[in-house]
Design a protein around this ligand. Structure first.
Ligand code: TXA
Ligand code: MG
Length: 338
């Protein structure tokens, strides 16, 4: 469904003009759509937090065209960080590094570090090269909801908050960037699983990546909230092979839904010969089990099912290899109840 509001289009000039006057523009990246503003203008950045209803303790990622811009905004850059940028940018990698004073405190929620990345989508690349400032951009969804992977997703929820939505089509990766922090010398940490698998980064760095676990209360690990990316419809995540087992509702006494009466959508990685007896409908992330394809469909399918009057969505975990851990991470957070 294309909204006819006239705010979705492919004009780089319109995007540039709006951003230069401090307005918000939704931009396509290879991961998810971002809600962008001039990262060097605190008033523009403040609009991002208002539009998303995002708590101000959750800092933003700054988007730059390429690694040659790193030194403008960050300092004390370790060799390994430069090596990662050279190997993986543009692409779904965000690095947390000590910030320079030019980055406003609002962007980093007062932290001494800033998260930076160079997105690979050709339109965001072109746009960033035409601007004389970087773009701070969180995912373009209301705080806590599923991330948008199509321009229409942004229009549906934040259409009244943005001056323009730059249409780059559906996102190629479909999952947010992998976040790697270099803030503690001698210890490189992964803060979020994402579009680049952990093993790929470890191979490149020839180093083990420590994984920082999420926290709802520790502001030094902002944004790693246990509950996030959530549809309004309750979501349950079940182990692989649950289609042949019992109704998951009868195993979970904490739900008020009636196992026999609830309308349940079941999602598994691949098509099934037969849908589980307890499911109303069955959906597959992919035809073949390819995890990259599953990632591209993850948020869009959950969004569609969220609008389809099911009482419960049950999603089967995917194998923990390649993008699997990132997919399982999003599913677990989407299913968590605060
Ligand atoms: O793929 C992506 O990264 C997308 C696209 C639009 O680029 N952006 C995105 O942004 O996912 P957002 O705001 O939804 O998630 C950014 C995460 C948050 O969890 C935030 O807490 C963390 O990055 N973050 C940002 N700055 C940080 C910092 N200085 N230290 C630790 N974590 C930081
Ligand atoms: Mg987000």
């Amino acid at each position: 469904m294309k909204t006819d509001s006239g705010i979705i289009g492919q004009s780089l000039d319109r995007a540039k003009e709006a951003l230069e006057s401090g307005k918000l523009v939704a931009i396509p990246t290879e991961t998810v759509y971002g809600l962008a503003a001039n990262a060097l203008n605190p008033n523009a950045v403040a609009r991002i937090f208002e539009a998303k209803r995002r708590p101000s303790f959750d800092p933003l990622i700054v988007h730059i065209p390429d690694a040659s811009h790193l030194d403008r905004y960050t300092q004390d850059i370790p060799e390994k960080a430069r090596a990662l940028a050279d190997a993986l940018w543009p692409g779904p990698l965000t690095m947390v590094l000590p910030k320079k004073p030019i980055i406003p405190d609002l962007v980093t929620s007062g932290l001494p570090t800033v998260a930076v990345r160079s997105p690979r989508h050709p339109l965001s690349q072109k746009l960033l090269r035409q601007l004389d400032f970087p773009l701070s951009a969180p995912s373009a969804n209301p705080f806590g909801y599923l991330s948008p992977t199509q321009p229409e997703h942004v229009a549906d929820q934040l259409g009244s908050e943005v001056a323009y939505i730059l249409d780059g089509g559906p996102c190629e990766v479909g999952l947010e960037s992998t976040i790697v922090s270099f803030e503690n010398p001698g210890k490189i940490e992964m803060l979020r699983a994402g579009g680049y698998p952990r093993e790929e980064i470890e191979d490149l760095l020839n180093t083990h990546l420590a994984v920082r676990t999420h926290s709802t209360s520790n502001p030094s690990a902002p944004g790693m909230l246990a509950q996030h990316y959530s549809p309004h419809t309750p979501l349950m995540v079940v182990p692989i092979g649950s289609d042949t087992g019992q109704n998951p509702l009868s195993l979970d006494s904490g739900r008020s839904l009636h196992p026999e009466q609830a309308k349940i959508a079941y999602i598994s990685l691949m098509p099934l010969k037969e849908k589980p007896a307890w499911a109303t409908d069955h959906f597959a992330w992919t035809e073949s089990g390819n995890l990259r394809q599953a990632a591209t469909r993850l948020f869009a399918l959950l969004r569609t099912l969220d609008r389809s009057n099911y009482d419960l969505i049950v999603a089967e975990q995917v194998p923990n290899q390649g993008l699997g851990p990132a997919i399982n991470d999003r599913l677990a957070r989407a299913a968590a109840r605060s």
